[in-house]
Write a protein that binds this ligand. Structure first.
Ligand SMILES: Nc1ncnc2c1ncn2[C@@H]1O[C@H](COP(=O)(O)OP(=O)(O)OP(=O)(O)O)[C@@H](O)[C@H]1O
Ligand SMILES: [Mg+2]
Length: 278
C-alpha cells in the first residue's frame, strides 16, 4: 500500500438502514441508521450481542444485499446504485465466513483458484497466484491437500487465501475464529494481523471474542442495529485497565464513598486511570 493510500476512505455508510420482512408484525430493523467510515489499511472489529446487526452490516458493505434506506459507499461506489452486485463483489470484496465453505473435492490450491476462473488468466498464472497466496497465509507444503486432510485452522487459512485472489479493497470476516479452538484461532488471527501490518490490507472482522477484538485497531460495538460505542484499541496495559475499569470492581472504585477513603493525590490517580478508560 502506498503512503498516500492511508487517507483513502474504503467504506462510508450514511444513515444505513436495513429492514427485513414486510408485515408490521414480522418486520425487523436489523440496521438502524448506521454511520461509519473505514480508511485504507485499517483493521476494525465489530462486536455486539447476537442479533445486533453485525452480519447484516457486513452483508451490506460486502454487496450481498441492498440497504432499505441510507447509503453505503465502498471503494467510491454507491452499492444501492449498482446494477450488478455479483461482479462488484467479485472485484472488490474478500469474504471469510465462520465456516470456510471450501469445495471438499478440490485441493487447497484448486480452491484458491476458483475465483480466478473465467477472468482470462492462464492456468499457469492461476496456479502461481494460488501458490503465492497459500504461502502468504503459511500454507506452503499443503497445496495438494483436500479440505478433509487439513485441520480446521488450516482450512480457514485456505479460505483467507481464496478471499485474497481478486486483490480486494477490503476483507470482510464474519466470526472467522468462531469455530476454532483457541490455538488455531490465534494462528488465523495472526494471519489477519500480518495481512494488515505487512501488506496494508483493510480488514473488517466480526467477533464475539474480546481477545480477538483487541488485536485490531478499532472496535465498533453494536446494539439493536446501531453502533453504540467506538473504541480505539490501546497498548496491552491500557486494554487491561479498560477491562478493570468496566468491571463491577472498577465501577465501585470510582464511587465517591470509595474515593473518599483515599488521599486527594490517590483519588486523582484512580480517577485519572480508571475514569479515562471506563
Ligand atoms: N434474512 C433475514 N430475514 C429476516 N430477518 C433477518 C434476516 N437476517 C437477519 N435478520 C434479523 O436481523 C437482526 C440482525 O441479524 P444479524 O444476523 O445481523 O445479527 P448478528 O449481530 O450477526 O447476530 P449473531 O451474533 O447471532 O451472528 C436479527 O434480529 C435477525 O433475526
Ligand atoms: Mg452474525
Amino acid at each position: 500500500m502506498r503512503a498516500s493510500d492511508k487517507n483513502r476512505i474504503i467504506v462510508e455508510a450514511f444513515e444505513l438502514t436495513k429492514v427485513y420482512g414486510n408485515g408490521a408484525a414480522t418486520q425487523v430493523c436489523a440496521l438502524d441508521g448506521v454511520n461509519l467510515e473505514i480508511h485504507a489499511g485499517e483493521f476494525v472489529a465489530v462486536m455486539g450481542p447476537s442479533g445486533s446487526g453485525k452480519s447484516t452490516l457486513l452483508n451490506m458493505i460486502g454487496a450481498l444485499d441492498r440497504p432499505t434506506s441510507g447509503k453505503v459507499i465502498v471503494n467510491g461506489q454507491d452499492i444501492s446504485a449498482l446494477r450488478d452486485l455479483d461482479s462488484f463483489r467479485g472485484r472488490t470484496i474478500g469474504f471469510v465466513f465462520q465456516l470456510h465453505n471450501l469445495i471438499t473435492t478440490l485441493t487447497a490450491r484448486e480452491n484458491v483458484e476458483v475465483p480466478m476462473q473465467g477472468i482470462g488468466m492462464s492456468g499457469r498464472a492461476r496456479r502461481e497466484r494460488a501458490e503465492e497466496l497459500l504461502e502468504l497465509v503459511g500454507m506452503q507444503g499443503r497445496f495438494h491437500h483436500l479440505p478433509g486432510q487439513l485441520s480446521a485452522g488450516q482450512r480457514q487459512k485456505v479460505a483467507i487465501a481464496r478471499a485474497l485472489t481478486n486483490r480486494p479493497s477490503i476483507v470482510l470476516a464474519d466470526e472467522p475464529t468462531g469455530n476454532l479452538d483457541s490455538a488455531s484461532g490465534d494462528e488465523v488471527l495472526s494471519v489477519f494481523g500480518r495481512l494488515n501490518s505487512e501488506y496494508g490490507a483493510t480488514i473488517l472482522l466480526v467477533t464475539h471474542d474480546p481477545n480477538v477484538a483487541r488485536c485490531t485497531q478499532r472496535i465498533l460495538r453494536m446494539q439493536d442495529g446501531k453502533i453504540v460505542h467506538e473504541d480505539i484499541v490501546g497498548d496491552p496495559f491500557t486494554e487491561d485497565l479498560k477491562v478493570l475499569a468496566r468491571s463491577q470492581l472498577g465501577q465501585a472504585l470510582l464511587r465517591d464513598e470509595m474515593l473518599d477513603m483515599l488521599s486527594p493525590e490517590e483519588r486523582e490517580v484512580v480517577r485519572n486511570m480508571l475514569g479515562r478508560v471506563a
